[in-house]
Design a protein around this ligand. Structure first.
Ligand code: NAP
Length: 269
């Protein structure tokens, strides 16, 4: 599997899977060869993810496990204890530890310092952020002396993230695409259907390929074996420059699936 900044290009999302559903989905992904698993303190499934990895029989070192510090845990009193719990639940250090949502201004730098401290402690092999704007990425990268390897953000053809991608490239930060299928909405545009029909691929393969071909990591979530296999097949073909451009033309700045109230006015600059 190709990697970007050490992160396998295709992973498996686990939100909103809980309990047995999470355990089963992770085991299925692992059985199909996926080693990159995305979880978060917020999802309430780190224990089940850890259990599935242990049950797989593969060494923990063969996995790339990503988890994220919950906004309620970024403060001084909870950060370290919350990460220690994640490490215990996941059966070892996070391969990549992210700050899940941008901290408030007064906590911003301190939260990044705490993230760095977890790396120094060995609780995280690498560190990154999630839902950060270009300016926030720049500030985080400066604060952490270049240690930020990833920004996990919503990324699919309905949302124009070209400015964010250009800034990430300039900063040496890999983007990971969450909700890469826009929870199904990205499969609907006529331009996607027409490319898919012409090249004999499914709309989901075309959407994922468009993401991967830009060097952006994708973490689609699925509970179905046939969908997981189809998602993996996006690694195995190429889109022409014309098809890439036609799909890129669909996106708008308003195309978000996930836009919580606390992010109003914070996606830019
Ligand atoms: N950092 C953040 O703030 C953040 C926010 C949101 C999500 N995430 C992460 O990103 C992951 C993925 O995002 P998401 O779950 O929101 O959305 P998504 O992956 O775009 O969509 C998931 C939906 O697509 C379906 N699906 C998957 N593969 C398919 C295929 N090949 N063909 C047709 N349908 C398919 C799944 O249903 P079936 O089960 O029926 O296949 C599921 O209903 C999450 O699980 C989570 O780990 C992170």
């Amino acid at each position: 599997m190709p990697r970007v900044n050490g992160i396998p290009l295709l992973g498996a999302g686990t939100y909103p899977l809980m309990g047995e559903d999470a355990r089963r989905a992770v085991l299925m992904a692992v059985e199909l060869g996926i080693r990159h698993i995305d979880t978060a303190q917020m999802y309430g499934n780190e224990k089940e993810v850890g259990r599935a990895l242990a049950e797989s029989g593969l060494p923990r070192s063969s996995f790339h496990v990503v988890t994220k510090v919950d906004p309620g845990n970024v403060g001084a009193s909870r950060f370290a204890a919350s990460v220690a719990r994640s490490v215990e639940d996941l059966g070892g250090p996070a391969d990549l530890l992210l700050i899940h949502w941008p901290p408030e201004e007064q906590e911003f730098d301190a939260a990044l310092d705490r993230l760095m401290a977890e790396k120094q402690k060995g609780h995280a092999r690498a560190i990154g952020v999630s839902n950060f704007s270009p300016a926030m990425m720049r500030r985080a990268q400066a604060r952490c002396g270049g240690a930020i390897v990833n920004n996990q953000v919503e990324f699919h053809p309905l949302l124009d993230q070209s400015r964010l991608l250009a800034a990430a490239r300039e900063l040496g930060i890999a983007l990971s695409a969450y909700s890469p299928l826009a929870r199904g909405a990205a499969l609907k545009p006529a331009a996607i259907a027409s490319v898919a029909a012409r090249i004999g691929r499914s709309p989901s393969e075309v959407v994922l390929r468009w993401i991967l071909q830009q060097g952006v990591i994708a973490i689609p979530m699925t509970t179905k074996r046939e969908n997981a296999l189809s998602n993996l097949s996006a690694l195995g073909f190429e889109l022409t420059a014309e098809d890439m451009a036609a799909i890129s033309a669909i996106g708008t700045k308003q195309g978000r699936t996930i836009s919580p109230a606390w992010m109003n006015g914070r996606w830019e600059p």
